[in-house]
Design a protein around this ligand. Sequence first.
Ligand code: UD2
Length: 285
Amino acid sequence: MILITGTSGQLGSYLVENIPNSVGLDIRSSPYTKIRGDIRGDIEELLENYEIDAIIHAAAQVSVVKSVEEPKLDADVNIMGTLNLLEYARKHDVEHFIYISSAAVYGEPKYLPLDEKHPTKPKSPYGLSKLTGERYSLLYGELYGIKVASIRPFNIFSPRQDPNNPYSGVISIFVSRAKRGLPLIIYGDGTQTRDFVSVYDVVQLVKLVLEKKATGVYNCGTGKETSIRELAELIGKLSSKNVEIIYQKPREGDIKRSYADISRAKVLGFTPHTDLKRDLKNFFF
Ligand code: UD2
């Protein structure tokens, strides 16, 4: 049986839906969550009726903004929660541990595209907590012979990201505001870029890593960058409303440009199918 954590979240929900013989664990209830519980709690008790061969750890505090506001909560969930699961994996001889990391571990790029060898110097508590969780995971791999892989997704989008959550990603916020005819707020001048990757491509890479029992670190993106201004204009057009774009001061902890070198993932057979314009249209309009 494969344990997937974070199944009330965007990525976890798609993973449990698309990976056979898997079971979802989350602190919040959702149609994709079978086991309700906290990753910081008593995992032994939560999993007493299960024989777990692999863990895909997607549960996390995912917001950069929230991590700046509540760094202790962010560290508790992302670091201590991960360590708690790793302890379970060690004690129960779990064979494969797949950690869902983040492109936020790189910080401000020294060169682009970002490959996995790029130095890690996070700019936010979130980036640091995700990096620390990743390091613990890789260390447990070395110390206890667990096969450990870490996937670093860039900016994931899907129809399941909750637009009502103030900490949601830019695409769901822009889509929800555009549909209501509200102005789109850009933090900074809008020239910052991101590598927006459909959740289906992230599922594709996680499945490849799982099937091949792969280890090590893998970027997950499309290799293409889109500026936030371009994104706002695109969503404005798709909504066929006359959407205004307004500019406010940049966010704390925000990085300027980001897009992935996906050569390592390609070796596993990964081929991204994301087409931003087409997918935005299909997912939201
Ligand atoms: C996202 C993920 C994070 C991480 C990272 C990896 C979310 C909530 N966060 O962080 O988990 O994996 O990607 O690359 O999905 N922006 C605006 N207006 C808005 C909202 C956002 O201008 O109303 C800007 C924001 O300042 C930033 C960009 O859009 O420059 C993307 O922001 P985000 O919150 O969607 O994602 P990010 O890159 O901080």
